[in-house]
Design a protein. Structure first.
Length: 366
């Protein structure tokens, strides 16, 4: 596996590239042009500027997250073709800079949903928390205010330009069924996947977070069955999945290792994180250590290893520890700890395989 680290850019991240360089085994940054509104073409000059910053620290920029899909595409409006053309041009511009994977999502309105960004854990650290009953009984505008007032950093998926017309968006989506959303996703894929294939880029959709409908909005990438359906919409190696163990793991019915085994050849990018799921449907993000949450991180990493996975991996949301002031979920310290935990599992598996292969060779000689 190839380890990467999400970075939000100079002036927009508390984490510095020279600090990321201290984490063993990190080869590249996962980045985006967060100031470009969804639907607009990403300029080559700005892409090259990020590449130059990464080059100075010996990092590649192979993985981009996220090239956001404009809501008009998800809604299936006549204006979608303009935004799809811009998306195609962005794919070509990114390929010219050496990008290999584009992570995106097709979630209506909200990319991810939490009710608290700094919920305290038993050890005194804080983490992002989801209270299911609260989401089921609150006005989404309340949530927007809560998230927007909790951070000094931009929150990916909660950009002001997207949320300023929230009421109108909900009104439009009230006429969009789940099957409509599937149709609109297929239309998008049929347009962009051929361009991605021509440019040697893998499109890797992110599962819905959380993996169930919220605020009456339809959700698609929520289960193994739905992932299977998605990959068949345009059955092409360029049409792939960003497998996020945390997003899918919020529903205990999702067997992550089973999903990895079935779709291993269509997973160019993986997010690995842990969370603790409560019986009432609430969940809180935890350390990456398997025993601290409900997601079997050890088995997940083993399944990637046994599947011969050579794609990109990043630690996902971490806790806020050591009094670090950072973007919720994206501090330096806990993600660095997460990387070392993942490497510990992976290196142990590699070493175990090496020893078994050595013993096999000796047996054959004897």
């Amino acid at each position: 596996m190839k380890m990467v680290f999400r970075w939000f850019g100079e002036g927009n991240d508390s984490v510095k590239l020279n600090h990321i360089k201290h984490i063993p085994g990190v080869e590249g940054i996962v980045w985006a042009l967060h100031d470009i509104p969804a639907g607009e073409e990403w300029p080559k000059k700005q892409i090259e500027a990020v590449k130059s910053q990464a080059d100075r620290h010996g990092f590649h920029i192979d993985v981009v997250e996220s090239v956001n899909v404009h809501e008009d595409i998800k809604l299936g409006l006549p204006t979608r073709d303009l935004y799809i053309e811009n998306y195609k041009k962005t794919i070509e511009n990114l390929a010219a800079a050496g990008v290999k994977v584009i992570c995106y999502n097709f979630m209506p309105v909200f990319d991810w949903t939490r009710t608290e960004l700094f919920k305290q854990l038993e050890d005194g650290s804080t983490a992002m928390f989801y209270e299911k009953a609260k989401v089921e009984n609150m006005d989404p505008l309340e949530l927007v205010d809560k998230i927007g007032n909790n951070s000094n950093f931009t929150m990916p998926g909660w950009e002001p330009e997207r949320l300023k017309s929230l009421r109108q968006l909900f009104d439009r989506y009230s006429r969009v069924t789940t099957e409509d959303l599937w149709d609109n996703l297929k239309y998008f894929l049929e347009q962009v996947i051929p361009i991605a294939e021509q440019n040697d880029i893998k499109m890797a959709i992110h599962p819905d977070d959380p993996p169930w409908p919220i605020f009456g909005l339809p959700r698609l990438l929520i289960s193994k069955e739905n992932i299977r359906r998605f990959l068949k919409l345009v059955d092409n190696p360029a049409n792939g999945l960003t497998l996020c163990s945390g997003s899918l793991g919020a529903n205990p019915d999702n067997n992550i290792p089973e999903i990895i085994r079935e779709f291993a050849d269509r997973i160019p990018f993986a997010h690995i994180r842990n969370l603790k799921v409560y019986e009432n449907g609430d969940f809180i993000e935890t350390s990456h250590r398997a025993v601290d949450g409900s997601v079997d991180i050890c088995n997940i990493v083993k399944t990637y290893h046994d599947s011969g996975f050579t794609g990109y991996v990043r630690p996902d949301h971490g806790r806020h520890i050591f009094d670090e002031q950072c973007r919720p979920g994206y501090g330096l310290y806990d993600r660095a700890l997460g990387i070392m935990y993942l490497w510990g599992i992976w290196d142990g598996l590699v070493n175990d395989k090496r020893q078994k292969d050595s013993l096999r060779s000796k047996d054959l000689i004897n």
